[in-house]
Ligand binder design. Sequence first.
Ligand SMILES: *[C@@H]1O[C@H](CO)[C@@H](O)[C@H](O)[C@H]1NC(C)=O
Ligand SMILES: *[C@@H]1O[C@H](CO)[C@@H](O)[C@H](O)[C@H]1NC(C)=O
Ligand SMILES: *[C@@H]1O[C@H](CO)[C@@H](O)[C@H](O)[C@H]1NC(C)=O
Length: 283
Amino acid sequence: MASLKTVLCVGVCLSAWIITTADETFKAENVRWFSLDFKTILIWTTKPSDHKYTVSYSRDGGDWIGCPDCFKVSESECDLTTYLQPYDRTYSAKVQTYPLSDYDYDDPDEFPHTNSQTFNPYIESNISAAVFTVNIVNESSVNVSITDPLTSIHRGVNQLSIRDIFKNDLKYKISYHKSGSTGKKDITSDSSTAQVSELEAGLSYCFMVAAFIPSRPIATQQGAWSMRKCTPGDGNILQELSLGTWVGITFILLTVLIAIVTVTVLCCRCCRQRNTSQLSAPV
Ligand SMILES: *[C@@H]1O[C@H](CO)[C@@H](O)[C@H](O)[C@H]1NC(C)=O
Ligand SMILES: *[C@@H]1O[C@H](CO)[C@@H](O)[C@H](O)[C@H]1NC(C)=O
Ligand SMILES: *[C@@H]1O[C@H](CO)[C@@H](O)[C@H](O)[C@H]1NC(C)=O
């Protein structure tokens, strides 16, 4: 009797193990956060199958909260943007794999699952490049006006900017250099408009800006650099050419191009004819 019990027990354990491992192989893998301007998505990889996945998250190590948008989904990503609030908290997420068969699994907590690393949007969300303009004040100074990048967070009808979220924690780095020279200067501005002075009169300067949040750890302090923008200098020949001159230059370039194409086409045809006549010539 005892041995029968053991056999039964082993059998049950074994089948449970087989079932569990079958689903274990379809567990979400490589669960990671992707976040830009506070749009935060959890991404994972799966093996091709009909399995469904459910995402839960927890704030500061608290209870798991199911994410209503990501209940039994077939996709391998989940947009958690609207759930990760307040922003300056530590979130974890887990991706559970639903078994295909309908045997009794009373407790979804037993489903195979994979946990993410922790994530804090305020500290870790990447910040995209800002758009800015450079306005000339006088010959030795300019104003740099930066438009704060928008986030994916809405308050009523308003879409919040990164300034709305970071407030005084948000600074900007402004990097500039003389056009054609490699020596760069960096300044940090507390506000989204900054005056850059002590520029050499008559020279062209190029500017780049990036959001800068010194309260963050170094790895995530700086947003992406913007595109470079340059001021016109006096000595720049290209800028002084009149429209007529540009039309003239374009015309000459076009003529040369057409000439080159014509000569090439003629030459090719010529060569091909010669080749063909050689081939068909009697040996
Ligand atoms: C932020 O950007 C860096 C560099 O592109 C990337 O390695 C990192 O995974 C990104 N972080 C998030 C949370 O998206
Ligand atoms: C430049 O910025 C200063 C203050 O930031 C402002 O008073 C001034 O009007 C601006 N000038 C131009 C030309 O934009
Ligand atoms: C240019 O403007 C800045 C700030 O408005 C001022 O400090 C500076 O003296 C001005 N320079 C010239 C050459 O007018």
